[in-house]
Design a protein around this ligand. Structure first.
Ligand code: PXP
Length: 258
């Protein structure tokens, strides 16, 4: 059975350390160090480290990528825009995974994921060298059937569903909208899985919002960053990651399973 066909089982946690770099960059200098955060996240139980090298380098910088890859033994999930510059950088480092994300407004769907359906030919060509270099390519998209079908057509093996709308509705206390977003995520996780895609999810997840998404049996990996880095201010990064890991395992009915 291929990885994409599996459901249930242990859910992987990718910890996004971008916002450690955001705090570092607020002052310039070297502290806090995202490499140290990546090493700590691995020790706390992260199955992977996620980092987004933005075109404007507002958090992670080029040198961070090399330093993080040298310091961790779990895989790096390198998030990037679909640009020639980023493709060149990814091919230089060949991280385990590359996640294509929108950065500019015109690259986004109405719900914030990558606009794949209107850019299929370019994106199909864009993925080829990354896949040939051995990177597992994923596409960050809204829970939208049209985008998921387009992602499958261009040959992406993995999609990451954008959970931002669900988390925003929860934060606003709009229960009807939250439940509607959650239902859409559930349905689209199942639909993507039926097409043979491996399904990941992330964006905006917190202790309060993670469990229902973690319970979707088709979801294999969650990528979580901003909340964990914020929570680390109060409880420490190790504790924040362990608590998130525990919530994910409980949602999966796997608490206490190594
Ligand atoms: N997944 C993807 C594709 C992302 O771009 C990000 C960061 O924006 C995340 C997950 C993590 O989101 P957050 O930092 O809100 O947890």
């Amino acid at each position: 059975m291929s990885a994409s066909a599996e459901t249930g089982g242990r859910l992987r946690l990718g910890v996004n350390i971008d916002h450690v770099a955001t705090i570092r960059n607020a002052r310039g200098g070297a502290f806090p160090d995202p490499v140290r955060a990546a090493v700590l996240a691995e020790k706390a139980g992260a199955d992977g480290i996620t980092a987004h090298l933005r075109e404007d380098r507002r958090h992670i910088r080029d040198a961070d990528i090399e330093a993080i890859m040298a310091a961790i033994s779990v895989p790096l999930n390198f998030e990037m825009a679909a640009t020639a510059e980023m493709q060149k950088i990814a091919l230089r480092h060949t991280p385990h995974a590359v996640c294509i994300v929108p950065e500019r407004r015109e690259e986004r769907t109405t719900e914030g994921g990558l606009e794949v359906a209107n850019d299929e030919n370019r994106l199909r060509d864009f993925l080829v060298p990354l896949a040939e270099a051995g990177c597992r390519v994923s596409i960050f998209i809204a829970a939208d059937q049209r985008q998921i079908e387009a992602a499958a057509r261009i040959g992406a093996p993995v999609i990451e569903l954008h959970t931002g709308a669900y988390c925003e509705a929860h934060a606003e206390g709009d229960e009807a909208a939250r439940d509607a977003e959650l239902a859409k995520l559930r349905e689209m996780a199942s639909f993507a899985h039926s097409l043979g895609l491996e399904v990941h999810a992330g964006h905006g997840l917190t202790y309060e919002t993670v469990s229902p998404v973690a319970a979707f049996p088709e979801v294999r990996e969650l990528n979580i960053g901003h909340f964990l880095v914020g929570e680390a201010i109060f409880s420490g990064l190790d504790s924040a990651i362990r608590r998130m890991r525990d919530l994910m395992d409980r949602a999966r009915g796997m608490e206490g399973v190594a």
